[in-house]
Write a protein that binds this ligand. Structure first.
Ligand SMILES: *[C@@H]1O[C@H](CO)[C@@H](O)[C@H](O)[C@H]1NC(C)=O
Ligand SMILES: *[C@@H]1O[C@H](CO)[C@@H](O)[C@H](O)[C@H]1NC(C)=O
Ligand SMILES: *[C@@H]1O[C@H](CO)[C@@H](O)[C@H](O)[C@H]1NC(C)=O
Ligand SMILES: *[C@@H]1O[C@H](CO)[C@@H](O)[C@H](O)[C@H]1NC(C)=O
Ligand SMILES: *[C@@H]1O[C@H](CO)[C@@H](O)[C@H](O)[C@H]1NC(C)=O
Ligand SMILES: *[C@@H]1O[C@H](CO)[C@@H](O)[C@H](O)[C@H]1NC(C)=O
Ligand SMILES: *[C@@H]1O[C@H](CO)[C@@H](O)[C@H](O)[C@H]1NC(C)=O
Ligand SMILES: *[C@@H]1O[C@H](CO)[C@@H](O)[C@H](O)[C@H]1NC(C)=O
Length: 291
């Protein structure tokens, strides 16, 4: 085989190639007549036009059917998580420990709460959410009636948290054995807490261990309720000024003793026994005061 190859000189090879490119005997160019080349080109032009058309159609249908205001896939979160502030996390567990006679400890705790409550400032809420809502009723808004193609959000101001608002007592009770914690339920788009109008979800805190170390539990707003007018939430783009409703819980503690507390948001559609998500529907934390 090697000898056969060696017999063909470079000149012969170039000649063969020249024949292939333009064969004057058959009048073919690269093995095909010019007319055939035109047909082939036309075929490919048509092919790519059709492909582009199909692709554009697919993209258009996709963009036409998805809404920019809600994520398409929310299958994971159906029941909301619950969080507690001040969010002083130890290892894995939430541990709220403070020293009521130490000024630094008190300032640290109240700063966390004050910062957390900044969006709930009355002046800000009056600017952003200047709308009156009917208490006890879902604030259902099919249309974008607020400015800039958005929907209204009901105002929640920090003074609704009474003695835990930080207005009358800037220490939030952390200078004594009567501290406030704030419970927030995470927002879920289009979530309605109950299908029965007039039944609000409410926060119920129970002492799991160390019951004798907690003398009293108070809720603000009254009965720990989250009003129905804060639901449903339509998403960040549709409701840019939305604020979660909050519940403040004020405890009376016995000094130097720790209590393990569970705060649960009670509603017939909120589950709280998911072993895979300990924060679903409830939050468990340790609370203690030193002096
Ligand atoms: C609490 O703070 C006071 C004043 O700073 C200090 O004397 C006391 O030892 C502290 N208590 C604890 C348990 O750290
Ligand atoms: C709310 O904000 C206004 C203006 O920024 C401020 O004067 C006022 O003290 C704030 N209110 C509270 C309770 O922090
Ligand atoms: C709230 O709206 C009312 C009427 O809709 C208006 O008179 C008032 O000035 C508004 N307040 C603020 C703070 O924008
Ligand atoms: C609407 O959007 C414009 C431009 O982004 C902004 O300047 C204006 O303050 C917005 N109006 C309201 C009521 O948010
Ligand atoms: C804690 O601070 C508040 C407000 O400054 C005050 O009214 C209250 O008497 C203080 N409590 C203690 C135990 O110092
Ligand atoms: C409303 O809730 C009740 C139970 O509280 C349930 O039986 C019923 O199926 C629910 N209806 C809808 C439409 O979700
Ligand atoms: C709060 O939860 C405890 C324990 O689950 C229960 O005994 C109590 O009745 C509940 N309170 C309310 C008001 O639902
Ligand atoms: C709080 O609950 C009590 C007893 O269930 C009830 O009498 C009272 O009207 C409730 N208050 C509010 C503001 O819902």
């Amino acid at each position: 085989m090697a000898t056969l190859k060696e017999k063909r000189t470079c000149g012969q090879r170039c000649e063969d190639f020249g024949h292939f490119v333009w064969n004057s005997e058959n009048g073919t160019f690269m093995g095909r007549t010019p007319l055939k080349w035109i047909y082939i080109s036309l075929y490919y032009v048509a092919f790519y036009v059709v492909m582009t058309g199909l692709f554009s159609l697919a993209i258009w249908v996709l963009l036409y059917t998805i809404s920019p205001y809600t994520p398409d896939y929310q299958d994971r979160l159906k029941s909301p998580g619950v969080m507690v502030w001040p969010d002083t996390y130890g290892e894995e567990i939430v541990e709220i420990t403070y020293n009521s006679s130490d000024k630094n400890s008190c300032v640290k705790m109240s700063n966390i709460l004050r910062k957390f409550l900044e969006p709930y400032n009355e002046t800000l809420q009056q600017q952003w959410n200047n709308v009156s809502c009917t208490r006890g009723q879902f604030h259902i808004q099919p249309h974008f009636t607020a400015p800039n193609h958005t929907k209204w959000s009901c105002p929640f101001t920090q003074n609704m948290l009474g003695p835990c608002s930080g207005v009358t007592d800037p220490t939030f009770g952390y200078n004594s054995s009567r501290p406030c914690v704030i419970i927030k339920m995470n927002r879920i788009i289009n979530f309605l807490p109950s299908n029965r109008s007039g039944v609000e979800p409410y926060v119920n805190c129970t002492v799991l261990t160390g019951a004798e170390n907690v003398q009293d539990i108070e809720y603000f707003p009254q009965n720990g309720t989250m009003d129905l007018s804060y639901f449903p939430y339509y998403g960040r783009l549709a409701q840019p000024s939305y604020v979660n409703p909050l519940v403040a819980v004020k405890f009376s503690l016995v000094k130097e003793k720790e209590a393990k507390i569970q705060c649960r948001v009670v509603s017939d559609v909120i589950s709280y026994e998911n072993i895979h998500d300990p924060y679903e529907g409830k939050v468990v934390f340790y609370l203690s005061v030193e002096s």
